[in-house]
Ligand binder design. Sequence first.
Ligand code: NAP
Length: 272
Amino acid sequence: MHTAALEACGIQCSYVRLHIRPEELTEAIPLLVKHNFIGVNLTIPHKAAVIPLLEEITPKARTLGVVNTVAIKNGVTFGHNTDGEGLARAIQSDFQTRLGDLHPLILGAGGGAGRAIAIQCLWEGCRRIVLVNRTRSKVDELAAELRELSLTLKQGPSPEIIALTFDDPQLEGHSKSASLILQCTSLGMKEGDPSPLPAEFLHKEHFVYDTIYSKHTQLLKDAETKGAKTAHGLSMLLHQGALAFQIWFPDQTAPVALMESALRNATRTTQL
Ligand code: NAP
């Protein structure tokens, strides 16, 4: 998608893939600066490890504790995170609804993606956020963090934050009363994986977003059967990429439609 965007904007740059091992990251960042890179995207396991290696970090990336986009300007490295905002834009484009107006239930909230998305839901102004995770300690920790963070936001009364595990009897009620189901577990990435949520907890009024884009997951199949509106993670990938492009080239407008079609071709995914 970045190659398509660079070509369309007439920018004489290449987006290349670099395999950096964890023990090479400290050496890699100054090398990128030295070789005039405009920026870089990072993925697991570098997203948190890169923070002490950068000169400037945006307040949002600092709160999230993870950076997925680095911009290099006049030799100075700036760390950003575009994942959460990418999700917010994906919800807007897929469901024509503002994330902040929905009541999300986040499955896998204790993982890296789930945590970033939960914090984005808070920033977007969601009034009730239900966090669900297999491991209790992680979801309790996140709930406490969100409650504390909400005190620093000037958005009126603090939102209701509810933390559950998958075996909690309240999961059915909270699932049914949520307006958005956000699937952030890794369950569904392997062929034959079950859905993390029983099909009977879904109904046709739900928006169901599965962050997985490499498979047509059981959750999405169940949601479609119920008549719910569904979308998958390709749009999140697209929008976090478009936001990164905009950070690197602030004078350009990211050609989102073109990036989307390049992304679809690259992943051979037809459903968005
Ligand atoms: P992660 O940090 O390893 O978190 C994995 C999450 O899945 C944890 O909450 C974990 O629960 C849960 N989980 C794993 N196996 C489970 C099972 N059998 N039953 C219930 N819960 C289970 O991984 P991540 O980086 O957050 O990625 C999670 C998902 O987000 C992946 O599917 C990935 O494809 C997707 N993602 C998509 C995008 C995008 O752009 N579309 C971006 C990032 C991530 P515990 O805490 O109990 O271990």
